[in-house]
Design a protein around this ligand. Structure first.
Ligand code: NDP
Length: 254
């Protein structure tokens, strides 16, 4: 934290578990006040309480990122209770995998809505505070799947979309002191990947072993790996880094 700037306020969507909980915990340890935003407010509060026990400041906020009224109310509540949110991590995500010929329109729409509509609504609501404060850090979660992945035509399109969204935010908001960058994780051990294992009928340990076997660093990722990169991108000193997509995948990616 920069003592001249005071404490920054961050919102982490999808913060109740997995990568989002890891990022929220890390940003709080970095000295930010953190709003943990997710669908289930009780689950958000549990993460916020864990952060408080460790000496951090956090608030649990229940909201659906696809709903404009809920997003606006949540961002307003954060501004009132913690202060102007100038750090936003668009992390909320879902998967609805299927091969194209079997995928129905609801599976397409659900994935587009959470990742793209959700990031759009959250960013639009927060940018007013960021531009006013002449400071902002937006971190969007993309994925290595943006490069294409069998059974994920919806998810890969959404995650590639997050990259274009990020670059345009960087161009539009840069002059207000606001940066926007994307993190594209590879295989990270979370409930999301555990559920994938279950859906395809493979033991999670087996799926992890296969992913580790393909990674140059010979291991799978943990939420802390992504949190570390998010911490850098959200930091005061990262103001000249914008519009980038950082692959955090244990292997080189384009
Ligand atoms: P998880 O499924 O573990 O966590 C995602 C969280 O987002 C859940 O708590 C979920 O709530 C929440 N969420 C879903 N929909 C909404 C919504 N409409 N509004 C608010 N919150 C919502 O995922 P991960 O932690 O694994 O992934 C986090 C991000 O990283 C995602 O964007 C994902 O696509 C991306 N990613 C993950 C990778 C991995 O290997 N795990 C690899 C590459 C990218 P609920 O549980 O109630 O649905």
């Amino acid at each position: 934290m920069n003592p001249e700037q005071g404490r920054r306020v961050a919102i982490v969507t999808g913060g109740a578990r997995g990568i989002g909980a890891g990022i929220a915990t890390r940003l709080a340890a970095d000295g930010m006040a953190v709003a943990v935003l997710d669908l289930d407010e009780d689950a958000c509060r549990a993460v916020a309480e864990r952060i408080s026990v460790d000496g951090g400041e956090a608030l649990g906020v229940g909201a659906d990122v696809t709903d404009p009224a809920q997003v606006d109310a949540a961002v307003e509540r954060v501004a009132e209770e913690l202060g102007a949110p100038t750090v936003l991590v668009n992390n909320a995500g879902i998967i609805r995998d299927n091969l194209l010929f079997k995928m129905d329109v609801s599976e397409w729409d659900a994935v587009m809505n959470v990742h793209l509509r959700g990031a759009f609504l959250m960013t639009k609501a927060c940018q007013a505070y960021m531009t006013r404060e002449k400071f902002g850090r937006i971190v969007n979660l993309s994925s290595t799947s943006a490069q294409g992945n069998r059974g994920q035509v919806n998810y890969s399109a959404a995650k590639a979309g997050m990259q274009g969204f990020t670059k345009t935010l960087a161009i539009e908001l840069g002059k207000f002191g606001v940066t926007a960058n994307a993190i594209a994780p590879g295989f990270i051990e979370t409930e999301m990947t555990a559920e994938t294992a279950e859906r395809i009928g493979v033991e999670f340990e087996q799926l992890k072993k296969a992913a580790a076997g393909k990674a140059a660093v010979a291991r799978t990722g943990k939420p802390e790996d992504i949190a570390h990169t998010a911490s850098f991108l959200a930091s005061e000193g990262a103001g000249f880094v914008t519009g980038q997509v950082i692959y955090v995948a244990g292997s080189p990616c384009d």
